[in-house]
Design a protein around this ligand. Sequence first.
Ligand code: C2E
Ligand code: CA
Ligand code: CA
Length: 812
Amino acid sequence: MVSHFLFQVILFCAFPTVLSLEKNPHIRRVSLYIYVSLVLLMGGFLGAVFSIELFNSIKLSGGTIAYGGFMMACVLLTFLERDVFILQNIMRLVFTVGIFKVLLFAIVVKTLQADRVINALDVPDTLFELSIPLIILGAVLIIIELYLLIFMFDRFKHKIKGHAMLSLAYSLSFILVIIADGILFPLLAFGVQSETFELIIGNFSGKVLIGCTYGLFLFTFLLLSRQRMERVVQEPLLDWNLLLTSGKDIVEKMDRREQQLRQAKTVFETSREGIAILNMDFAVVDANCALVNMVNPVSADQGVLRNEKLLERFLSPETGKIAQQTLQSGESWSGEIHWSSPEMRRYGMLNLVPVIDRIGGISHFTLSLTEISELVHAREELRFLANHDVLTALPNRRQLHNVLAKDLQPFSGGICKALLIVDLDNFKQINDSFGHVAGDELLLDFTHRLSFCLLGKGRLFRIGGDEFAIWTHSLSSVEHAQELAEAVRREASKPFRLDEQNLVPLNCCIGISVYPQHAKDVKTIYQQADTALYWAKGLGKGNIKLYKQGMTDSRRQSLQLETALREALTENEIEVYWQPQISLHANHITGAEVLARWQSKALGWITPDIFIPVAESAGLMSALTRVVFAKACEALIQMPAALRDKLIIAVNLSARDMSDSLLLSDLLNLLTAHGLVATQFELELTENALLDMDTQSLTSFKQAGFSLALDDFGTGYSSLAYLNTLPFDVLKIDKSFIAQIPKESSSCALTRSIIQMGREPGREIVAEGDETTEQAAFLAAEQCQKVQGYLYSKPLPVGDFIEFCGSYPVRD
Ligand code: C2E
Ligand code: CA
Ligand code: CA
């Protein structure tokens, strides 16, 4: 008998197992439902057909074996399909099959009882007799038991950890429900009476055996289906909310849900945003095309990312850990990330969100990635542009301040660091004469030279048109900084090739300030290097100056002076004084040199030795020249005509004036305005002024009628041969030679030879600074034509000068 029992059980276990192997979910589901319906239909019938007796006392009807098989198949179906409507479907099946069975059996009974029926096997019609109440009760119980089981399963999975333990708990609850059925069914069917208890006791061991046998199979099945079980743990088996809804509602809800799913699927597939679903281990379960294209553009296979731990690719181990912890605690995480694809580095906004299931647990995570590479590249370019110079791509002034601020933190230690500010000499002239393109070329060339020269020694910045800065952060000494400046200057002094014909020499001035010797903070070190540069430039081209205490004070003063001088020029504070020039030979006044004088309302008397250099460095010289010239004209026309017409007026021009293309026309306009002529004026120029000038402008002044005088003659370095080629009418011997006459024989000899060498037909020699009669006598003996000096008069205000002319013979 045992073997009969076992064969039946094996059959009931084998079929659902085989059906569960079907891969196509639709076929699998339908087959299992059909199978379950068949078992349901056959179960009631078999109960009436046979009952077997095992181990003498255990009675098992065919119905009980089928009932156990049915319950087990339903449980498997629930686990396999994880369809939240599964119990509703089974419930419907139970009712449909029940009604079908009742109707079919009733017809069969009637048919068997009919007269002309052939009943070849002599089947008794009682075999098909059914009790409708018992069928309904059985059906209701089955449904309740299934719901109870699934309910218990859903509770257990949050309480019991471990796959084996959970499988055991599920199987035990299955056994208990089967046994409970053995007690409940007779009680409900026949009421509380002694026969009922006998029936229960009689059937009890049978139910226990059935429960245990199928329970054992269930346990083995669950134990072997680890993956399925894990999925079941992540999602609830049943939607309890749907339990009481009607079939129509369920269909509607299902439709809606399906539609939502379809919409979600479309969004997922067509989104330009990369989307992936991650499992609880953060491995990719599914990823859309956009994400595959972003991350792995060479592969067309959408499954290429499956099982990959994407977060490891996107986030550093530390950030990854934080993100994972955040997600596990139920919170979202987002951040900017980057990854490399074959062609470039790419950037994106990553958003990670935990997916919460119906009972509040986390089942998955969604990953969405919006690519922002273009935005980031544009942002980086903007950042680069904000901190770099476009032409040379060197970091700019702003970046210099950032770097200094970072490197000069209070704890930056005692290592020597130096800031060098480099200013190219004459760069403006190169731009003006060769054009901006050539100027740019030169700057690039200079940048390359400097970068090469600084390799490993310091960083280079372009902080202005022709200003560069060098920041060195590891120097052994202050001298080291000066050596570096020397090397930079050497580079700058090598000629630059502008084009095929033009190789121009250039130079630069450099100001240096050293940390911590001079300055300890950004603002000070910058100001000091700038001040040192200012001083270096004041000394002339190609100078290097290390910052010294006191530079700032005098710079501040000169800035103050500069402001005051600007005002003086417009506020009419500049006066001209007249110093007579005397003909040694005829002993009469030939004219006067006009000299600028400044009595500042705020600062008092300021001598030309102080304000002329300030005007020069501040670019105020051309304004000063015009003021002095205009004042001289005004004074001249106030003079009696008899005096005025006899005087030659010498006016000083500066080096800058010679490159001032408007000066000549402005002077001529002033003359016209005052009714004067150029021939009455002599323009004094020093040798320095000649250096920055082409001889053409000299000629144009001369052609306009002005006489030209070479001032401070003898102090420059130009060869006399060169000076002789220039169209000067007057040479003014510098007062430093005259001062030593006649005490020092060497000065006498030098002056003598200067006078001789400078003598040319039609050219006058004038000596300045004649203070004594001895000097006058010496100069007369050497046939110097004119003198100017304190012996005759200091420079005088115009009134005093006119008075002086009245007391001294004036040229006829
Ligand atoms: P400079 O052109 O050589 O002018 C002559 C300077 O010698 C004047 O000094 C004058 O006062 C001074 N001097 C004249 N005779 C004697 C003397 O016998 N002994 C001594 N020790 N000095 C004498 P000042 O007026 O102080 O001007 C100094 C310099 O400032 C001038 O030297 C000139 O280079 C510049 N300067 C003055 N006014 C102007 C101006 O209007 N324009 C330009 N470009 N420079 C000017
Ligand atoms: Ca002069
Ligand atoms: Ca002079």
